[in-house]
Design a protein around this ligand. Structure first.
Ligand SMILES: [Zn+2]
Length: 276
């Protein structure tokens, strides 16, 4: 599943390729990707120009010059591709935005879980998908005063709490393992047992991890490739995730893999001890 840094990498790549392009037609090979009325979607977007692409957590927001915006969630495997020949899109490309200059933006999604939906631009942040999201790393809302109360009242494992996008958004399985390793916190620690210093460490580590991952272009775990065909390089910087059997880079103890709330979880049993 693409994590937030990969979606940010996609955004940065796509903006260069499609900004200021005007949609001349939309081919819907699998219309169910689009939420809501398909004809209205097409009527509103044909003739509209892409003026920006923003991101919130793992959502992309395509802004058009007619005061409409398209919310796009890639879910498990969604990808965007820019081509100038429709033959270059394979059978997994379900929606094709054709531009007036001959370029095309295709949405490819083997599992067909991704969704797109149109909103008025000034109403998009009131949409159900976005209002419930917690603050995300590197944003101005990602402060101790905002994050501490969201974590400290939870009676679930810190791993489960950090994965909950309504508490903090933008941290998926890879980065939660990395953040907890950096913060020296056992993933099964119940969130309400954490100290203020622990939560300060989580905030600091989250910012650092996400910044590092975005700078590196996202991870290539699951052979991730961005819209230009470049693959990410952050896999080499992982300290905990996917490292089971390898020595901890801090203390040399073997990294272990366990299941926490149903997710594969990697940690150092020496650096990250459970708080009773
Ligand atoms: Zn260690």
């Amino acid at each position: 599943m693409p994590e937030m840094p990969e979606v940010e990498t996609v955004r940065r790549g796509l903006i260069d390729l499609v900004k200021n392009k005007t949609i001349s037609s939309i081919e819907m090979r699998y219309p169910a990707i689009i939420n809501g009325d398909k004809k209205e979607f097409s009527d509103i977007l044909v003739g509209a120009k892409i003026i920006d692409i923003r991101r919130r957590a793992k959502f992309l927001i395509f802004d058009f010059d007619n005061n409409y915006s398209m919310l796009s969630h890639l879910r498990m495997e969604g990808k965007y591709q820019v081509r100038d020949n429709v033959e270059d899109f394979d059978k997994h490309v379900h929606i094709i935005f054709k531009f007036s200059d001959g370029d095309m933006l295709g949405y490819r999604d083997v599992r067909k879980f991704g969704r797109m939906q149109l909103f008025k631009t000034d109403e998009i942040f009131n949409s159900k998908s976005l209002t419930k999201l917690g603050p995300e790393p590197l944003s101005t809302e990602f402060t101790f005063d905002n994050i501490y109360p969201r974590i400290i009242k939870r009676k679930k494992s810190i791993k489960a709490v950090l994965l909950d996008q309504n508490v903090i958004s933008g941290l998926g399985n890879i980065y939660v393992d990395e953040v907890l390793w950096m913060s020296k916190i056992h993933p099964e620690t119940i969130a309400n047992k954490l100290t203020k210093a622990d939560i300060q460490n989580i905030i600091k580590a989250s910012n650092e991890e996400i910044k590092k991952a975005i700078e590196a272009g996202g991870t290539t775990i699951r052979s991730y490739v961005d819209s230009k065909g470049n693959s990410g390089t952050f896999q080499f910087g992982l300290n905990a995730y996917d490292q089971e059997g390898n020595p901890c880079k801090r203390c040399g103890t073997t990294i272990e893999k366990i299941k926490v709330s149903g997710r594969g979880t990697h940690f150092c049993p020496n650096c990250q001890k459970v708080v009773e």
